[in-house]
Design a protein around this ligand. Structure first.
Ligand code: ADP
Ligand code: MG
Length: 342
């Protein structure tokens, strides 16, 4: 016999609600690093140093954080980037939700060293609920250092997972950092991990690709650039794609950016891979593709990591870019020969 139970609905208390919702923003090392690097880029840094080990540090030479903001930094939904929902159609910063640092306060022991004017800086420590615990004057060149210790330690299951996957996650971090290096070739990045170190010189894309992947990497890449008109709007796209010789056995070097933000765009990449396969079976092209699109044709607020984007007229965009790439490979343009697949 079925028993009837009566449940009472009641509101979760504010504190619990904050913990539940914030601990979802960052669930892995890679997401933590990504959020910090994006903050440094938003702060107009020209140099960003990333250290991944027991302690995670992101050190930049950006705008710094003004004294009035020190108290607010760790609070949920405190951001200097967005004031109202409609701003999303005007602003192009990575951040707009004011969630990452609050989440990191909850998930780790967060220390911030920041200066808006050399050499006067502050060393700030935050409690797990995002309140400023202590503030001490210190020397610091203009810029910000964010330091994370004991990441996930307060969440035993996630902590175990984090420890177990640390190497794999580090590799993921490195790959995601590559995509920022390529997107911002004028920023100097340096990254130190227990696995690997790399550095980019901030001297343009060609040099960055040399720095990351070696000087042979870009030899065979074809440049392209074009436009799509959708009603009154113009969408620009440009970038580089493999020519005949230097394809890869994997899809590991495919980077798509919308308005200078790394995104995932499987629908488009699948198309490009299909086209490429006709010429070079079992291989995938290197792709570096920038799309510039009016902000009001986008919805960036779809996924927590903001890497999935909704486009107006997505089908048309995919079609036109694919068509353009198809034409790059026409016999008149390259010596690319279609191979018969058996
Ligand atoms: P969001 O990026 O969505 O604004 P965050 O929680 O990531 O939210 O950061 C909160 C605020 O802290 C930012 O709006 C910015 O004002 C400040 N901030 C964070 N990191 C930096 C940094 N590296 N340099 C300067 N300001 C920063
Ligand atoms: Mg942010």
């Amino acid at each position: 016999s079925a028993r009837t139970r009566v449940y009472m609905i009641s509101k979760i208390d504010k504190h619990t609600h904050q913990i539940i919702s914030s601990s979802q923003v960052i669930t892995s090392l890679f997401e933590a690093v990504k959020e910090l690097v994006e903050n440094s880029i938003d702060a107009h840094s020209t140099r960003i140093e990333i250290k991944i080990g027991d302690t995670i540090q992101v050190i930049d030479d950006g705008d710094g954080i003004s004294k009035e903001s020190h108290e607010l930094l760790g609070r949920k939904s405190f951001t200097s980037k967005l004031q109202q929902f409609n701003d999303l159609q005007v602003i192009n910063s990575f951040g707009f939700r004011g969630e990452a640092l609050h989440a990191l306060c909850q998930l780790s022991d967060l220390t911030v060293i920041t200066s808006t004017q050399s050499p006067i800086g502050y060393l700030l420590q935050y409690s797990s609920d995002g309140e400023l615990k202590s503030s001490k004057p210190t020397h610091r060149k203009r810029g910000t250092t964010i330091q994370i210790q004991n990441l996930f330690l307060r969440y035993p299951v996630r902590y175990q997972e984090y420890k177990r996957n640390f190497k794999k996650e580090t590799t993921k971090c490195i790959n995601v950092l590559y995509s920022y290096c390529i997107c911002f070739p004028d920023i100097r990045f340096s990254c130190t991990t227990t696995k690997k170190e790399f550095e980019t010189g901030g001297k343009g894309l060609k040099h960055v690709l040399d720095d990351l992947f070696g000087s042979k990497f870009s030899i065979d890449l074809i440049d392209f650039k074009s436009k799509i008109s959708v009603e009154d709007n113009e969408i620009e796209f440009y970038g580089k794609i493999s020519g005949t010789k230097k394809a890869r056995a994997d899809t590991d070097r495919q980077y798509v950016y919308v308005n200078n933000k790394p995104i995932v765009f499987p629908k488009l990449l699948r198309k490009l891979n299909e086209i490429y396969k006709e010429y070079n079976p079992n291989h995938y092209p290197i792709v570096i593709l920038h799309i510039r699109i009016p902000l009001d044709m986008l919805d960036r607020n779809v996924s927590p990591d903001k890497r999935t984007i909704l486009f107006e007229d997505e089908t048309k965009i995919v079609e036109e870019i694919s068509q353009h790439v198809r034409e790059l490979y026409l016999p008149s343009k390259t010596n690319f020969v279609k191979k018969e697949t058996s």
